[in-house]
Structure formats: C-alpha cells, structure tokens
Design a protein around this ligand. Sequence first.
Ligand SMILES: CC(C)(COP(=O)(O)OP(=O)(O)OC[C@H]1O[C@@H](n2cnc3c(N)ncnc32)[C@H](O)[C@@H]1OP(=O)(O)O)[C@@H](O)C(=O)NCCC(=O)NCCS
Length: 229
Amino acid sequence: MGRPMAESQSTPEERRKRPAKRRAKAGSGDSGPAQRPKRAPRGDKQPAIVVRRIHRRDLNRVWEFLKLSFRDVNRATVEYQRPRTKRRFLETYEEEGVEQLLFTVKNEIVAYAEVTFEILGQDTWLNPRYFEKRDMRPLYIEELAVHPDYTGRGIGSFVMEQLEHLARVRGLTHLVLEVAENNENALAWYRKRSFRKLDAAIFMARSLDVPDELLPPRPLPPAPEEPTE
Ligand SMILES: CC(C)(COP(=O)(O)OP(=O)(O)OC[C@H]1O[C@@H](n2cnc3c(N)ncnc32)[C@H](O)[C@@H]1OP(=O)(O)O)[C@@H](O)C(=O)NCCC(=O)NCCS
C-alpha cells in the first residue's frame, strides 16, 4: 500500500483541485469543536478507541509507531519498504488532499490510517482512467496499520469501518489499496472484508544459472626446483 515513488511534486493547478486538508486544531488535540472525538459513555469500564485527525506534535510518535507496525511485514515483502522515509512522512502532513487519522486508547496510538481522495504524485502505478471509465470514485487507502500489541481485537475492523464511513460521507464508491502479495496476513484480512484483486502488476522473478564471479580455489603448484649444476 502507499504511493509508490510518488513525490509531493504537483502543479498549482493540481493542488487547487484537491479538497483542502482538514487539519487538527492547534492545542486542542483534536480537530476542533465541531469534530471533537466522541467520549465513551460515563461508567463504561472498558477503555475506548478514539479516532482523531493527526496533529503536528504527533508526527514523531506516529513515525515510530509506523516503523514498529511494519517491522515484521517488511521482512517478508519485496515491495518497497514501509514507511518510506521520515522526510516523506513529514511532507505528507503538509500535503493537501490527504487524511491522516490516529486511533488511540488512553492516549496511546493503537492504529493509523492515511487516505487520499485522488491519486497523488506523478510516478504512481495507479492509472486514474481505469476508475473513471468504470464510474468508480475511490478513496485510496495509502496506509493502514494496527500496533502489533493490539492486533486481533477489532481495531483494524474499526479503522476500516471509519474509512468506509468517510468514503460514503464524501460520496465515494470504492475503497482502493495496494498490498504486497506475500503480506499474507493482511491479504487474507482484506479478502475476508470483500476486497477483490484489480488488474494490477505482480512482481515476478526467475532465477538464472549464474556462475560465481570468483573462481574456485586452485591447488598451488609446487615451487620450481632449484637448478642443479
Ligand atoms: C492487517 C491488520 C490491519 C489487521 O488489524 P487487526 O486490528 O488485527 O484486525 P481485527 O482485529 O479487526 O481483525 C483480526 C481478527 O481479529 C478478530 N477479532 C477479535 N476481536 C474482534 C472484535 N472485537 N471485532 C472485530 N474483530 C475481532 C476478528 O475475527 C479478525 O479475524 P478475521 O480477519 O478472521 O475476521 C494488522 O494486522 C496490521 O496492522 N498489520 C501490519 C501492517 C499491515 O500489514 N498493514 C496492511 C498493509 S497493506
């Protein structure tokens, strides 16, 4: 998942077309009075999962969270490694048209989701015409990760429900994402949630019978005999 090779280079015209980023309000820890995170009902013993928009002060913490969440996945995938670079992550925060959502339990980050409303960047693998021709208006899921200590407790499902809700509210018709084929856990998880493979590239490789660049050890010939007189 992610924007492969996508850089934040876009023309002013492109930027104008994107929906403005809804930023978390400075100092509030949430996205402003109209969108204050909902509180769990009083007297509820179970802590709640709270969703809110990212804030600038969260950036370092989220970066560390992402490195941890993808550590095992990265070991198994040939795909570009996630998260890409810290610089790129910090740039994403400044970009318009990207929603970065944090899911917290007692102020600890337990999940992160990043979505865009159009294909950003210039070198992405995705072809917007594919969707236009089919009257599809996708929400692009760029990142979705749950803290490894919190998987299997329905947090990923809550994140997905939130993204589905966001797509519906914005009049979008599909959720689109990219996942490495050998990220089997995530793949099975998406399939179970009715995601189906689109026409897309897969990485293929064939091994060649390549000789070693260095020659094998060779017996040392005996030293030449001293000439006898
Ligand atoms: C894939 C990933 C997002 C799943 O997140 P998760 O929080 O474990 O997902 P859930 O807990 O909602 O679902 C996992 C299982 O827990 C079970 N579960 C336990 N309690 C649950 C609850 N209260 N509500 C819903 N499901 C619950 C579900 O049955 C589910 O099993 P299923 O898939 O067979 O239905 C998470 O493993 C992850 O972040 N992986 C690393 C990063 C990654 O690979 N991201 C995707 C990259 S494209």
